[in-house]
Design a protein around this ligand. Structure first.
Ligand code: CTP
Length: 431
């Protein structure tokens, strides 16, 4: 996806460097357009190095390429962060006196503003009117977060965290939700509408993030390294959590089954894309369930052309590099934020002559540090056919890090999902 990241002249401009990283790590091409004032805070060199693209705010650079027309037309999404009071006023008034404002006028895709300014400026009648006008035209303006501002002052006006802006931006292009705001009082952070929890059920009021499917690691434009995951257990979990009243975000790699209606859906392909999307969404989740089958390794290089079979050359050797362990990172982020969150891992295990599947699973639970590990033994069953992958039924044992007795569940993947959801609801209620 082509994203334009507009950067306004506020101290929070430095946070947009992290936002840019989230976009690029999720595989998007980002053109950064900083306003002249913003370059007093973060220089053009930083944006060029992080985006890997030339950066300017001058409409008179590369005039032959008619940049404002080209960039505006090619943009699938424009995100302005931080959006200053001045930029909001210019956008509302239709000004076009630099590359960012002209690009905003050319844009036909979704536009998201993430404001940051002092509380008095945010609450000034001019800004309130400008924001209302932009929103009435379908432009998405996040409410700023509440908290410490540049000086000793605190209040509404902080730039929402990069992860929250990223999640709101992805939700916009996903088409699965609109960004909402409370017209009266500014919300503490960006919140996609469909992530607002439902009213009743054992998980009512809870935000549940589920990953599902099997990642694909590209080798060349037509080939990838993949795995056998069908996504059925992850989708069943999403359906069970929805039925229990939770607001569900499903981040999924390719699956054999459709994603359920009613969840906020984000589709990814690779482990690195899954990582960026998951870490961003986990920032606001009460429960994270990592049901995705993540490739542990990816090809160290992706061939830009199709790898050819030539009779006169030796068989190709594919060099692999290790992918990050997303579950371990989710656990680490929770600790760093001091966040109250339940984290569930999945493990498909086989035993061998050294130890049985359950022993390997216990060791994995401790290594990953998640609260619960849903374990199933994979491989051929008694009849010789595959026990889990692609099947409609499942048989699991749920191990707990705190040593609570293992819970067994068996039946359809939905019945297993209901058992996991029940356990989660009990644990959340006991907190
Ligand atoms: N997982 C992850 N990131 C990875 C690999 C796995 O987040 N790079 C998560 C999976 O989503 C799952 C759990 O970790 O919830 C266990 O996955 P598994 O593949 O069994 O773990 P590995 O660490 O890859 O262990 P193994 O060496 O047995 O493959």
């Amino acid at each position: 996806m082509n994203i334009v990241l507009g950067v306004g002249g506020g101290i929070a401009a430095y946070k947009s460097a992290l936002l840019l990283r989230l976009f690029t790590e999720a595989g998007h091409a980002v053109t950064v357009i900083p306003t002249d004032a913003s370059t007093k805070f973060v220089g053009v060199a930083t944006w060029e190095a992080l985006s890997g693209r030339p950066v300017t705010n001058n409409v008179f650079d590369s005039v032959d390429q008619v940049n404002h027309v080209r960039i505006g037309h090619e943009a699938d999404l424009i995100v302005v962060a931080p959006a200053t009071a001045d930029l909001l006023a210019k956008a509302a008034g239709g000004h076009a006196n630099d590359l960012l404002t002209t690009t905003l006028l050319m844009a036909r895709g979704p536009v998201l503003f993430a404001p940051a300014m002092h509380t008095e400026m945010w609450q000034h009648a001019s800004t309130v009117a400008n924001v209302a006008l932009l929103r009435s035209r379908g432009v998405h303006v996040l409410d700023p977060a509440v908290g410490r501002l540049t000086g000793p002052d605190t209040g509404p006006g902080r730039l929402p965290e990069p992860e929250a802006i990223f999640a709101a931006a992805m939700a916009l292009v996903d088409g699965s939700c609109a960004v909402t705001h409370d017209a009266g009082s500014p919300a503490p952070a960006a919140t996609p509408a469909s992530a607002v929890p439902a009213a009743s059920g054992p998980l009512a009021g809870k935000r549940v993030l589920i990953t599902a499917g099997g990642t694909r690691e590209p080798l060349d434009p037509v080939r990838y390294l993949g795995n056998k995951s069908s996504g059925k257990q992850g989708v069943a979990l999403a359906e069970a959590a929805l039925a229990a009243g939770a607001a569900v975000t499903l981040i999924h790699a390719p699956m054999e089954v459709p994603a359920p209606a009613g969840a906020t859906i984000q589709r990814i392909e690779t482990a690195l894309e899954l990582r960026a999307a998951t870490l961003a969404a986990a920032a606001t989740a009460d429960v994270v369930i990592m049901a995705a089958a993540v490739a542990d390794f990816r090809p160290s290089t992706i061939s830009t052309g199709k790898i050819k079979k030539r009779d006169d050359t030796a068989d190709p050797v594919i060099a692999l590099v290790r992918n990050p362990d997303i579950l371990v990172e989710v656990v680490a982020h929770r600790a760093a934020r001091n966040q109250v969150q339940l984290i569930v891992g999945f493990a498909a295990e086989t035993g061998d002559d050294r130890a049985d599947a359950r022993s390997y699973a216990r060791e994995k639970l401790v290594r990953k540090g998640c609260d619960l590990l849903v374990v199933n033994e994979v491989g051929p069953g008694e009849s010789g056919s595959e026990r889990v992958f692609g099947q409609d039924n499942n048989q699991v044992e749920i191990l707990a890090l705190d040593g609570a007795g293992p819970v067994q569940a068996a039946g359809s993947k939905r019945e297993v999902a209901d058992a996991v959801v029940l356990l989660l609801a009990q644990r959340l209620a006991a907190r």
